[in-house]
Design a protein around this ligand. Structure first.
Ligand SMILES: Nc1ncnc2c1ncn2[C@@H]1O[C@H](COP(=O)(O)OP(=O)(O)OP(=O)(O)O)[C@@H](O)[C@H]1O
Ligand SMILES: [Mg+2]
Length: 438
């Protein structure tokens, strides 16, 4: 019985293609192209089907990309194999693509693909020593609109690695947040409920914003910052705009949502008459439970004034963790200095001494001191040490190449006013005792 025939694909064949796809999957063949891609190519590119009466028993789908064509799908129902249907389908789809003037026709098939004969029969050569790489793009195309509207973006992939030092904080965040969110299935097996919302608190410039972004980068989730000050200008008012924003966020598959200086919209509700922000605080308190019900997202709120937060805001069930981000210890300062000192001079600088002299400095202070030292050294090399005056550009470069010295760093450190006063730091240590929850 060979009365099957090949014809061009019609929309009515979609069910048949779907059935072929499912049959393939059922035989443990994991097709390379996603079903959505195959269906899109059926409609927009080149597809032929083998039919027996009304039934679709095989299909080949191709796509032309410049000079190279790709077979994105080839399948025959198992009971119709061995009759040359595959070879004929390949011939037909190649014919359909011929007007594009292709130079090469390629097919990428799973290793378990058994119908090598169909390809060889059509003159394809089996290429050896190839490797196939695949990466899922974290934000799917259909989400891009919603993400753009929210001002969200996918951050660089290396932010987590770029957080220098802060080993304790990093390890805590890695274990409590990243692990259960990135390995949701594993966490579920252990009965771990993934965190949905956390507060990072600590003095200014200690890296709260840096960590929030690093978490997003580590999870490969888009980062969406909510700016209450911008929402306040919305005609629906801050509370309404906040509600609206979180409804839009609900449309995203994944997101790390960040609210900085959250004390501005979630401060103590005490006071008579009530503060005009009370409605906003109430709105936020209502938003969080709904937010918590959606998987694949994390709310990170940051504050350097945690005492000011409404006590209802911080309670269990709303925030999973209230995590202190404090001043860097010796080891962290060492890692930061090594990060900020240019590589060619780092061996000539007494890093230990700088670590010693920057006790009580925040990462922001260290970064500032490092930058000023670099600037000071550059200016000195070019203007003061006879660099430009000698008029020999090569000698300028020679001088500049020396880079900043230990003395340049010490001078910059001496001129840097630390942001975190001993009193503020003392308050922070008390806050860890009273309000911290890790
Ligand atoms: N671990 C770190 N390694 C290197 N640089 C860091 C680190 N932490 C923070 N920085 C740098 O220090 C500066 C301040 O960090 P960040 O803005 O994250 O602090 P913050 O706690 O959010 O401050 P604020 O309370 O003022 O909002 C940034 O320029 C950041 O790049
Ligand atoms: Mg910040």
């Amino acid at each position: 019985m060979t009365n099957w025939r090949i014809r061009d694909f019609h929309s009515a064949d979609l069910d048949g293609i779907l059935h072929l796809w499912e049959t393939l999957k059922a035989t443990n063949v994991e097709p390379v192209y996603a079903l959505s891609e195959v269906l899109a190519s059926c409609e927009k590119d080149h597809a032929v089907v083998a039919v027996l009466g009304e039934q679709v028993v095989g299909a080949a789908v191709g796509r032309a990309a410049h000079d190279q064509g790709w077979i994105v799908f080839l399948a025959t129902l198992p009971e119709y194999r061995g009759r040359g249907i595959g070879t004929s389908l390949l011939a037909a789809v190649e014919n359909r693509m011929a007007p594009h003037g292709l130079n090469k026709l390629s097919a990428l098939m799973p290793e378990s693909e058994t119908r090598v004969e169909a390809f060889l029969g059509r003159g394809f050569a089996l290429k050896k020593n190839l490797r196939y790489f695949e990466r899922t793009i974290p934000v799917q195309r259909q989400e891009l609109g919603a993400l753009g509207q929210l001002g969200g973006r996918v951050l660089a992939r290396d932010l987590w690695e770029n957080v220098a030092g802060m080993r304790k904080e990093k390890e805590l965040l890695e274990r409590r947040l990243v692990l259960p969110l990135a390995e949701a299935d594993l966490a579920d097996e252990f009965g771990v409920v993934p965190p949905r919302a956390v507060v990072l608190f600590g003095p200014p410039g200690t890296g709260k914003t840096t960590f929030a972004k690093a978490i997003a980068s580590r999870l490969e989730w888009p980062f969406v910052e909510v700016f209450p000050s911008r929402l306040a200008a919305d005609p629906q008012g801050l509370a309404g705009a906040l509600r609206e924003t979180f409804l839009e966020i609900a449309e995203l598959e994944h997101a790390v949502v960040f609210i900085d200086e959250v004390e501005e919209i979630a401060s103590q509700r005490a006071g008579d008459p009530p503060s005009p922000l009370q409605g906003v605080t109430n709105e936020l308190l209502k938003i969080i439970p709904a937010f918590r019900e959606q998987p694949g997202r994390l709310l990170v709120c940051a504050t350097n004034f945690i005492r000011a937060l409404d006590s209802a805001f911080l309670r269990h069930g709303r925030f999973d963790y209230v995590i202190p981000i404090g001043l860097p210890d010796r080891q962290a300062r060492h890692a930061m200095w090594e990060r900020f000192i240019p590589a060619p001079v780092v061996d000539d600088v007494d890093v230990e001494l700088l670590v010693e002299k920057t006790e009580g400095f925040s990462p922001a202070d260290i970064e500032y001191a490092a930058r000023s030292a670099s600037q000071r050294a550059l200016e000195k090399a070019v203007y003061d040490d006879g660099g430009l005056a000698t008029d020999a550009r090569s000698s300028v470069r020679e001088a500049v190449r020396k880079g900043p010295s230990t003395d340049d760093y010490l001078a910059a450190i001496a001129e840097t006013r630390t942001t975190v006063s001993p009193e503020v730091h003392q308050d922070f240590l008390e806050d860890i005792e009273v309000l911290g929850r890790v």
